[in-house]
Design a binder for this molecule. Structure first.
Ligand code: KIV
Ligand code: NA
Length: 275
């Protein structure tokens, strides 16, 4: 298999839709890769769906490195991209240091950060250092406190114009693609037409160059809430509970382990030990 690189993704602008999915460890990375996902994002949504935090703010660079390293081991074809957590790219120096760790220690092939115009200097410095950067504008969950909740963005003409400026700024700074999260489809269309890098939508309608969703949302494994923009393609959470209930039943009824799951001593050895 030919591996996907940042230039591969960038070249898909306007062509076949780019299929992205989050993953957080070896097994989810392997499953996403086997399914033919083009880009596996080790998102800081890790904080919520894997670590059980209320929002994405409290995940650390160390945790992101740890999970990125595990995910990278499971992915053979897709491009592995790791999120820079909250405040880990507040300055150019921090951005270089922490994205360097996600690449060198986590074995990510690219890094994502949230923001547009204000983080253009960081994107430029990272790109100049050889790190492919994915940007993320619209509903940027690291700004949840300022937004006052997980609310759709870009609903006004003015806000949409600001988003276009953000997208153009990240492209000019060197980003190879940009995530558009929770914005009206009309804004997403205008942004997609305003930049020559691919747009990857999550809650941005079907007009973007690609889509991304959170693994646990797609598989029905995260129950605290399901955003409007999610389609659950399975109910693995329910299936897992049912399977574990059956396991408990079988243990209590002593029908597990069965013959097939049991080791036996050779007959001669058994005879000897009984003597
Ligand atoms: O952390 C995440 O999962 C993300 C994607 C949903 C874009 O940033
Ligand atoms: Na994220």
């Amino acid at each position: 298999t030919v591996t996907v690189t940042a230039p591969t993704i960038q070249a898909m602008k306007g062509g076949e839709k780019i299929c992205c999915m989050t993953a957080y460890d070896y097994s989810s990375g392997m499953i996403a890769d086997k399914a033919g996902v083009d880009l596996v994002l080790v998102g800081d949504s890790l904080a919520m769906v894997v670590l059980g935090h209320e929002d994405t703010l409290s995940v650390t660079v160390d945790e992101m490195v740890h999970h990125t390293r595990a995910t990278s081991r499971g992915v053979k074809r897709a491009l592995v991209v790791a999120d820079l957590p909250f405040m880990s790219f507040a300055t150019v120096e921090l951005a270089l240091k922490n994205s360097g760790r996600l690449i060198a220690e986590g074995h990510a092939k690219a890094v994502k950060l949230e923001g547009g115009v204000p983080v253009a200097p960081q994107i430029k410095a990272m790109t100049d250092a050889g790190i492919p950067v994915m940007a993320h504008v619209g509903l940027t969950p690291q700004h949840v406190a300022r937004f006052g909740g997980f609310k759709a963005q870009g609903k006004s003409a003015e806000a949409t114009r600001a988003l276009i400026e953000d997208a153009q700024a990240v492209e000019a700074a060197g980003a190879f693609c940009v995530v558009l999260e929770a914005i009206p489809v009309e804004s997403a269309q205008l942004i997609t037409e305003s930049v020559s890098i691919p747009t990857i939508g999550i809650g941005a309608g079907n007009v973007t160059d690609g889509q991304v969703l959170v693994y646990h949302d797609v598989l029905g494994m995260f129950d605290r809430f399901t955003p409007k923009f999610v389609r659950r393609f399975a109910e693995l959470g329910e299936e897992a509970v049912t399977a574990l209930e059956r396991y408990c039943d079988d243990v209590r009824r002593t029908t597990f382990p069965g013959d097939k799951n049991t080791f036996y001593m050779p007959d001669d050895q058994l005879a000897q030990v009984r003597k």
